[in-house]
Design a protein around this ligand. Structure first.
Ligand code: ADP
Ligand code: ADP
Length: 228
């Protein structure tokens, strides 16, 4: 359902962030993407919702080649994706509840249904009853939970998160890692990047490791060189 075929990404100025990256993620997998800072993790994740486009190769989501997707089609693609990305900050002038409802409001959901779903999503991340608060009054870990609630409020089949545990105390980070596992247990395909793959080890995820833009390791093919 997420296929990368020999994907390369070169940024303006010629910097090669990804080269020759190929893998296939099946429905229902839990995949942890790790690698040092600058290895290309964010770049790889941004190719899936077409925030960036590959310079070479193909990216397929649910069978659709999104590499050359027309701009008008991008919102439809993103409706099926839950995104927890670095640049998608919470809106600090709106309540927690309004932040979580926003994706539904934008897509024209009936307000009553949107409110019910937002309440369910907040409950799902352990923040039931906190909707009326403002994000600034929440801890870093709670703010990250709000961002996750906002990402799943559309009930996406694929959840993508870029370093969701960065800047969190270890105990909060471990809770967030478990939360992703619980979504995966509910059938959601989860792709999450981290520089601390150990946080997710207990969930026995598939591990993809990037090193300087190259896929250095894929635990699903480890020990099976014939599967290359
Ligand atoms: P990671 O998420 O693993 O830290 P990134 O994907 O953010 O890695 O970055 C990979 C490389 O691409 C880095 O060297 C970074 O400086 C470069 N890079 C990222 N975004 C841009 C951009 N918009 N323009 C130019 N270079 C970029
Ligand atoms: P509801 O019908 O009220 O949404 P469900 O029992 O169908 O409740 O869902 C259980 C919980 O899972 C809900 O609280 C919902 O917010 C949450 N959820 C939202 N999106 C997803 C998803 N993609 N996968 C799994 N659970 C999700």
């Amino acid at each position: 359902m997420i296929v990368f075929e020999d994907v390369a990404k070169r940024y303006a100025g010629g910097y090669s962030a990804l080269a020759g990256v190929s893998f296939e993620i099946r429905h229902g997998e839990l995949v942890v993407l790790s690698g040092h800072s600058g290895a290309g993790k964010s770049t790889l994740l941004k190719l899936i919702p077409v925030i960036e486009r590959p310079s070479a190769g193909r990216v397929l989501i649910n069978g659709q080649d999104v590499s050359h997707l027309p701009p008008a089609a991008i919102p439809y693609l993103r409706r099926n994706l839950g995104l927890v990305l670095q640049e998608n900050r919470l809106l600090f002038d709106r309540s927690v509840f309004d932040n979580v409802m926003l994706p539904l409001v934008i897509t024209g959901h009936p307000p009553g249904d949107a409110a019910k779903r937002a309440a369910a999503a907040l409950e799902r991340v352990g923040l039931d009853g906190r909707g009326k608060e403002m994000p600034a009054g929440l801890s870093g870990g709670e703010q990250q939970r709000v961002a996750i609630a906002r990402a799943i409020v559309n009930r996406p089949s694929i959840l993508i998160a870029d370093e969701p545990t960065a800047h969190l105390d270890p105990a909060y980070a471990a809770d967030i890692a478990l939360l992703f596992r619980s979504f995966n247990d509910a059938g959601v395909t989860v792709l999450v990047s981290t520089h601390d793959a150990g946080l997710f080890a207990a969930s026995r995820p598939r591990r993809l490791v990037l090193a300087k833009g190259l896929l250095a390791e894929d635990s699903s093919t480890a020990g099976h060189p014939a599967a290359e």
